[in-house]
Write a protein that binds this ligand. Structure first.
Ligand code: GLN
Length: 263
């Protein structure tokens, strides 16, 4: 495997506060899949009051959180980490936000009379409206470039196949994509960004936000590999293949829970 940097450098933002529904499992998944392939893995964390280096990591990760914890992080993110995150995104680092973390990658999260600032990397606004929380198993269809690069069929490169991400969502906030925003995927089952639009998540280059917990990556190994390859700047076909029997079963089980047929 021709990986220019043999180490995946990951920075977890607020791992002590933004970590509900086992979102920490996403980091373990990245670590394991790197280790099995002989790729180094360096995990750094940056929490309240800590500095953040926008040039030092390949992947920045922020998980989900309760409104109260999110409020603490929103102020800190905006004040102390926003510039570094913009710098990281501009040089093509991967930024992944899950649920509360996703909301904070946008412009704002408004609830009651309060509006938390986001870092403004995704062109979205989130509002806590009247109505039930959007809860349940969810499956979305996602089309990402490069997934099949390196495969035998060269036409795959021109027309990437849609894939399924399956997980669980639980959010009070409704996220609205603004004019310039691209959704991450199309809802097959579940609520998605606002329960109405039929879209889930947002993507701007390598900045990705999604409501899918589960945690997300152990249920969707293909997406973990896409993140690893993108963060390392290699094509996914350059990653050594792994025995994904268990991961496949986890994915199938999450699909079934959401009400989708087996792949
Ligand atoms: N507090 C946010 C909401 O309810 C995010 C919740 C979460 O991360 N699960 O919308």
């Amino acid at each position: 495997m021709a990986v220019s940097s043999p180490i995946l450098r990951v920075c977890a933002l607020y791992p002590d506060l933004m970590n509900i529904y086992a979102d920490r499992g996403n980091l373990l998944m990245l670590e394991r899949r790197c280790a099995w392939r002989g790729i180094g893995f360096r995990l750094t964390s940056s929490s309240l009051g800590d500095p953040l280096d926008g040039s030092a990591h390949d992947l920045y990760y922020i998980g989900g959180g309760q409104d109260r914890d999110q409020r603490l992080c929103a102020g800190d993110l905006h004040e102390h980490k926003r510039t570094a995150l913009h710098e990281a995104a501009a040089r093509g680092a991967v930024l992944l936000g899950v649920c509360g973390g996703y909301q904070l990658l946008g412009h704002s999260y408004a609830l009651d009379d309060d509006e938390m600032p986001g870092v403004g990397l995704l062109d979205i606004r989130t509002v806590r409206e009247r109505g039930p929380r959007l809860i349940g198993n969810v499956a979305i269809e996602v089309t990402l470039e490069d997934l099949d690069a390196g495969g035998e069929d060269s036409t795959d490169r021109a027309a990437p196949k849609p894939r399924v991400l399956a997980g669980f969502e639980n959010h009070g906030g409704r996220t609205y994509l603004q004019a310039g925003a691209e959704p991450l995927g199309r809802v097959l089952k579940g609520h998605g960004n606002d329960g109405r639009s039929g879209y889930e998540g947002t993507r701007a280059g390598n900045v990705i936000g999604t409501y899918l917990h589960g945690p997300l990556l152990p249920k969707n190994a293909w997406f973990a590999d896409w993140l690893i390859a993108t963060a390392l700047g290699v094509e996914i076909g350059e990653l050594a293949s792994l025995d994904d029997e268990l991961e496949h079963r986890a994915h199938e089980s999450a699909r079934r829970a959401a009400g989708l047929a087996a792949a």
